[in-house]
Design a protein around this ligand. Structure first.
Ligand code: FCX
Length: 436
C-alpha cells in the first residue's frame, strides 16, 4: 500500500483514541506548574502530545519507540550501505511501521516527482546579499515556495474540511522534505563554490543525491543519510519543532510553519551550536599556536569560556541528563571510519569529551555536563571537506524538516487545536508566592 494510504488508515484508526481522551478523561491532571517554570522557559511542563518520538532524560531519543541503534538496524538499507535511506526513515516516522524495500523504493520514486524546485526560489535566494547567513537563505527558500502550498489552496478553496485537511499538509510536507536538500545544496554551491551548481542525479536516494549535489565523495553519502536521520526529531518541545507546531496550529501552511521553525533552529542555544562548536575549536587551535592540545590547555580554554560568561557550545541540554546518543552515534561513526578516528580534530573533540564534563560539573551551573548532538557533528563534516561551518546548521535544518513535517501532518490528522497558553502578570506571581 502507498505511504499516503497507509497513513490515512493509521490516522483514522488513531482518532478515536484522541477523541476518547479529551471527551472522557479531559480533566485528568498530568502535571502542575510552578513559578520557576513560568519564568524559566516552561521547562518540563507536560503540555504537548506527539507519537513521532520521545526523549527520555537518561536514555535519549526513541523514534517511534526505537532507540537510534534499533532504528538503524531495523530499516532497509541503501544499496551497498550500512545505513538506511532517509526515505525509509520518513516512512517509519510517519507511520511507525518499518517499510519493506518495495515501499521504500516507492517513496524514493515519489520524492523524485516532487523535487522540481521552481526557478523563482533560486532567484529569491540569489537576490540576497552573498554574505547573508545560509540559514537566512534556507528560510527564504522555504518561504519562496509557499505560493504553491496545497494546504493554503485547500483552505482557500471554499471546500475546507477538517477531516481531510491533513492530506494537503502531507502533500506540502512531502514536497518540503523532498526539496529541502536541493535548496540546501544550491545554497552551498552559491555561497562557497562560486555558484557552480550540480544537477540532481535522478538515480540516487535523497542522502546520496545531496552528497552528489555538493560535489562530495561516495563515502559522504552515508554521512548525509546518518546526519539527516539523527537530526530529524527530538520530541515536540524543542524550539524548532515547537515553533513549527505552534505556527501551523494557526493553520498557517507548512511553508510558513517550517520557515519559522528554521528561524528558531538558527539560535546559538539550539541548532547554531554546531557552528559554534567548530568556531570554538578553531579559536582554541589558533591560541595554541601550533602546540599540541593537552588536557591542561583544553581545561584552561574551557574555563576561559566559562569565566567570560559564555556557554560551552555542544554541552548541556534542557531535557537530557547523560551523553546524547546522537553524539554517541556520530562518535562511533568516527571510530569505525579509518582515517577519521586518527584525525587531529576528532582527537581534540574526544579530549574535550574527556575534560568538559568535569569542568562543567565543577563550574556547577549546568544540570547536564554531557555533550549533545552538536559537539561531534562538525568534526565529521570537516573531515569530509565541508569546512564552511556556518553551513552546518543548514544540514541540521534539512534533517529537522523530517520530524517537523511528520509532526504537523499528524497534528492536522488528529485535529489539534490552535496553541494558546495563558500568561499571568508578575503581580499575580507575587501574590500567589505570598499566599504560599
Ligand atoms: N556551558 C556553560 N553554562 C551552561 C551550559 C554550558 N554548556 N549549559 C547550561 N549552562 C548554564 C545555563 O546557561 C544556566 O545558567 P544561568 O543559571 O546563569 O542562566 C545554567 O547552566 C542552568 O542551565 P540548564 O538548566 O542546565 O540548561 P537549560 O535547559 O537552561 O539550557 C541549553 C539548555 C542547551 C540551552 C544549554 O545547556 C546550553 O546553552 N548549551 C550550550 C549550547 C548548546 O550546545 N546548544 C545545543 C543544544 C541541543 F542539542 C540543540 O538544540 O541542538
Amino acid at each position: 500500500m502507498a505511504l499516503k494510504d497507509t497513513l490515512k488508515q493509521k490516522i483514522e484508526a488513531h482518532r478515536p483514541r484522541t477523541t476518547r481522551l479529551t471527551k472522557e478523561f479531559g480533566k485528568v491532571i498530568i502535571d502542575q506548574v510552578t513559578i520557576d517554570q513560568c519564568i524559566g522557559g516552561a521547562r518540563d511542563i507536560r503540555s504537548l502530545v506527539t507519537d513521532i518520538s520521545y526523549l527520555d532524560p537518561q536514555e535519549g531519543i526513541r523514534f517511534r519507540g526505537k532507540t537510534i541503534p534499533e532504528t538503524f538496524e531495523a530499516l532497509p538499507k541503501a544499496a551497498g550501505s550500512a545505513y538506511p535511506t532517509v526515505e525509509s526513515f520518513w516512512y517509519f516516522l510517519l507511520t511507525g511501521d518499518v517499510p519493506t524495500q518495495a515501499q521504500v523504493d516507492e517513496v524514493v520514486a515519489e520524492w523524485k516527482t516532487r523535487q522540481n524546485v521552481p526557478s523563482y526560489v533560486f532567484d529569491a535566494i540569489r537576490a540576497l546579499p552573498r554574505d547573508s547567513h545560509p540559514m537566512v537563505m534556507l528560510s527564504v527558500g522555504i518561504m519562496a515556495m509557499q505560493k504553491d502550498s496545497k494546504f493554503a489552496a485547500f483552505y482557500n478553496s471554499g471546500k475546507f474540511n477538517k477531516m481531510v485537511a491533513w492530506e494537503s499538509v502531507y502533500e506540502d510536507a512531502s514536497d518540503i522534505v523532498a526539496r529541502i536538500p536541493i535548496v540546501a545544496a544550491f545554497i552551498y554551491n552559491l555561497k562557497y563554490k562560486g555558484d557552480k551548481q550540480i544537477a540532481i542525479d535522478p538515480k540516487l536516494d535523497m542522502g546520496a543525491n545531496f552528497a552528489h549535489m555538493i560535489g562530495q565523495s561516495d563515502q559522504y553519502k552515508d554521512v548525509a543519510r546518518m546526519y539527516f536521520i539523527l537530526h530529524s526529531d527530538h520530541e515536540s518541545g524543542n524550539v524548532s519543532a515547537h515553533t513549527t507546531h505552534l505556527v501551523h496550529s494557526a493553520l498557517s501552511d507548512p511553508y510558513y510553519a517550517y520557515s519559522a521553525g528554521l528561524n528558531g533552529l538558527a539560535g546559538p542555544l539550539h541548532g547554531l551550536a554546531n557552528q559554534e562548536v567548530l568556531g570554538w575549536i578553531m579559536e582554541f587551535q589558533k591560541k595554541l599556536n601550533g602546540a599540541e592540545p593537552t588536557k591542561e590547555n583544553v581545561t584552561k580554554a574551557l574555563w576561559d569560556t566559562l569565566n567570560a560568561g559564555q556557554v560551552v557550545p555542544g554541552y548541556g541540554h534542557a531535557v537530557l541528563r547523560k551523553t546524547d546518543p546522537r553524539y554517541t552515534a556520530q562518535r562511533e561513526f568516527c571510530l569505525n571510519t579509518p582515517g577519521l578516528k586518527d584525525d587531529p580534530l576528532f582527537k581534540l573533540v574526544a579530549m574535550i569529551f574527556e575534560t568538559a564534563p568535569g569542568v562543567l560539573t565543577e563550574h556547577g551551573k549546568t544540570k547536564n555536563p554531557w555533550p549533545n548532538v552538536d559537539a561531534q557533528s562538525g568534526v565529521i563534516q570537516w573531515y569530509y571537506g565541508v569546512k564552511e561551518w556556518d553551513f552546518y546548521t543548514v544540514l541540521f535544518g534539512v534533517g529537522r524538516a523530517l520530524g517537523c513535517m511528520a509532526n504537523i501532518t499528524w497534528d492536522r490528522g488528529l485535529g489539534y487545536a490552535i496553541e494558546r497558553p495563558k500568561s499571568v502578570t508578575t503581580d499575580m506571581l507575587e501574590k500567589w508566592a505570598a499566599e504560599g
